[in-house]
Design a protein around this ligand. Structure first.
Ligand SMILES: N[C@@H](CCC(=O)N[C@@H](CS)C(=O)NCC(=O)O)C(=O)O
Length: 230
């Protein structure tokens, strides 16, 4: 049987989540790097894999799938993947789904847009930082972070209950993004910091391996977009 192919750029948060999941669960797979900065996702060839021309995507022996949430659910249902990732029990699974639905317009949108406006757009397109947008998304992101502590992590160690699930993995990868723009999400948030440590510890050494490029960017630019005065 052919190895599964995983199309990713590890600067991308959902790419990292799928990559770390596959590593952590010992899937045999081949990593196909799609360099977003070089526009490799905009080729005709890649459109045959993902017609939306985004990462991540998988090709499982001819079965192609896009969307990180769908991919993680699909992989979780494979044989030999521990049940805690996406529990079969009705209510436990619904609790994971609750976060997976919520995150699109909260964790995902707000952290990604803060990062884009504060760091990525000035870096990639050389444009001035749009401070109004940065402030708007910082404020929205801070509301999201508060909801993490007061709602999602209220009286439980993980987002959907007592064990780690794909919800925690996706969340942690999204929450790494603001750090590249110089924002420390853990400062002054002890509940979030304790959860973040639990998630990382459960996923090592793959978590750090999947975040190598994030770490390099963080160290190289110290959160500043090159050329930016901010
Ligand atoms: N909902 C999709 C989002 C995928 C997505 O937005 N990927 C970004 C990287 S994080 C991308 O490929 N961007 C390239 C572009 O917008 O041109 C998922 O979760 O897989």
């Amino acid at each position: 049987m052919l190895k599964m192919k995983l199309y990713v750029d590890l600067m991308s948060q959902p790419s990292r989540a799928v990559y770390i999941f596959m590593k952590n669960n010992n899937f045999p797979f081949e990593t196909k790097r799609i360099d977003l900065a070089k526009g490799e996702h905009r080729t005709e060839e890649y459109a045959q894999i993902n017609p939306f021309q985004l990462v991540p995507a998988i090709d499982d022996n001819g079965f192609k799938l896009t969307e990180s949430v769908a991919i993680l659910r699909y992989l979780s249902r494979k044989p030999n993947v521990p049940d805690h990732w996406y529990p079969k029990e009705l209510q436990a699974q619904a609790k994971v789904d609750e976060y997976l639905e919520w995150q699109h317009l909260n964790t995902r949108l707000n952290c990604a847009m803060f990062f884009q406006h504060k760091f990525l757009r000035p870096k990639m397109f050389g444009v001035e930082v749009n401070q109004k947008k940065v402030d708007e998304f910082q404020s929205r992101m801070e509301t999201t972070l508060e909801q993490f502590e007061t709602i999602w992590l209220k009286d439980k160690p993980f987002l959907a209950g007592s064990e780690i699930t794909i919800a925690d993995l996706l969340a942690a990868c999204e929450l790494e993004q603001p750090s590249m723009a110089g924002y420390d999400i853990l400062e002054g948030r002890p509940i979030l910091a304790a959860w973040y440590k639990r998630v990382k510890d459960a996923l090592q050494p793959h978590y750090d391996e999947g975040h190598k490029v994030v770490d390099i960017v963080r160290k190289k630019f110290g959160g500043r977009a090159p050329g930016s005065k901010l």
